[in-house]
Ligand binder design. Structure first.
Ligand code: FE2
Length: 272
C-alpha cells in the first residue's frame, strides 16, 4: 500500500503539485557517486488515479509517522531571520546567522506554528538550514565524498531495515524565493524487501539500507518517481528513512534555502 499523500485543506493549486517520472536511471556524472540513481525524465502530469491520491488532512492512523504531508506555514516568511538568510551566498555565512537571537526566535515561531497542524511526540531535533544551488535535479551530497548521492534512504536513527517504519520523520520548510521539490518513490522499505523477496533476493543485510536502495533500483527501475512541489512558506513531512527520496531545485533560478527538523510528527485530526 502506498503511503497516504495528504494536503492541508487551504493549500492552493493542489492539482498542479504532483508530477510523475516513469522510473529511475543510473546516472554517469562525475558529480555523482558511482551507481547513483536519478529520476528518469520526463516528468509528466499524473493520470487521474495518481492525482486523486492527494487526500484531505487527517490522521492516517493513530501516532503514525508514515505519511507524506504538505502544508503552509506562511507566517514563517515575514521575519528578520529569513530576510537575512536570503542575503547570504556562502555556507559559512549561513552558519554565522544560525548563531543569532533572530534564528532562535525564528525556530520558536516555527515550532509554535507547526504544532497547530501536527502533534509532536517527543523532542524535535533541529537538523539545520540547507542552502542548495538552483537548477539541480537532485541535491543531497555525501559530506565525506562531496558527491551527490541521488535517490536514497536517510539513516539518522540507525534502525535496521526491518524497523524503518519506527523511525522519526522529517519536516522541511521552504524558506527560499523559489519552489523546491520532494522526489520519492511511494514504497516503504518493508514493501521493497517484500518485492525483492519475490524476485528471489532474501539475503538482505539488516543494517545496510544503501544496499537495499541500490538493489531495488537495479531490479525495479520502472517504479515511478513522484515529484511534489513545495512553494516558499510551505513544508513537507515525510518518513525519509522509510522511503527512497531526494529533493530537487530544478527550474529555480535562485539559491534554495530550507530548514529541516526531525521528530515524531503526526497529524492532528481536524486541523486547519
Ligand atoms: Fe535524504
Amino acid at each position: 500500500m502506498p503511503l497516504p499523500l495528504l494536503a492541508a485543506n487551504d493549500l492552493p493549486d493542489l492539482a498542479g503539485r504532483i508530477a510523475i517520472a516513469p522510473g529511475c536511471r543510473i546516472v554517469y556524472d562525475p558529480e555523482y557517486e558511482e551507481g547513483a540513481a536519478v529520476p528518469l525524465d520526463p516528468f509528466a502530469l499524473p493520470d487521474q488515479t495518481c492525482a486523486a491520491e492527494f487526500g484531505p488532512w487527517r490522521s492516517p492512523a493513530p501516532h503514525s509517522v508514515n505519511f507524506i504531508g504538505l502544508f503552509p506555514l506562511p507566517n514563517v516568511l515575514d521575519c528578520s531571520f529569513r530576510s537575512a538568510l536570503l542575503q547570504v551566498s556562502t555556507y559559512k555565512e549561513v552558519m554565522a546567522i544560525l548563531d543569532t537571537p533572530e534564528f532562535h526566535s525564528f525556530c520558536n515561531n516555527v515550532t509554535r506554528t507547526l504544532t497547530t497542524v501536527l502533534n509532536v511526540d517527543g523532542p524535535i531535533e533541529l537538523k539545520g538550514i540547507s542552502m542548495k544551488a538552483p537548477g539541480m535535479s537532485t541535491v543531497t551530497v555525501d559530506n565525506s565524498s562531496g558527491l551527490r548521492v541521488g535517490l536514497h534512504l536517510d539513516s539518522n536513527d540507525r534502525k535496521s531495515v526491518y524497523e524503518r517504519d519506527q523511525c522519526r520523520n522529517r519536516l522541511s520548510i521552504n524558506l527560499g524565493l523559489g519552489s523546491r521539490y520532494l522526489l520519492f518513490q511511494n514504497l516503504t522499505v518493508g514493501e521493497i524487501i517484500d518485492l525483492l523477496g519475490k524476485k528471489g533476493m532474501r539475503d538482505i543485510h539488516p543494517q545496510i539500507c544503501s544496499g537495499i536502495a541500490r538493489l531495488f533500483r537495479a531490479t525495479a527501475p520502472e517504479v515511478p518517481v513522484l515529484r511534489l512541489r513545495i512553494d516558499p512558506g510551505e513544508a513537507y513531512v515525510a518518513p525519509t528513512e522509510n522511503i527512497i527520496h531526494d529533493a530537487s531545485t530544478i527550474g529555480s533560478t535562485q539559491n534554495d534555502f530550507s530548514l529541516s527538523l526531525l521528530g515524531n510528527f503526526t497529524i492532528k485530526d481536524r486541523a486547519n
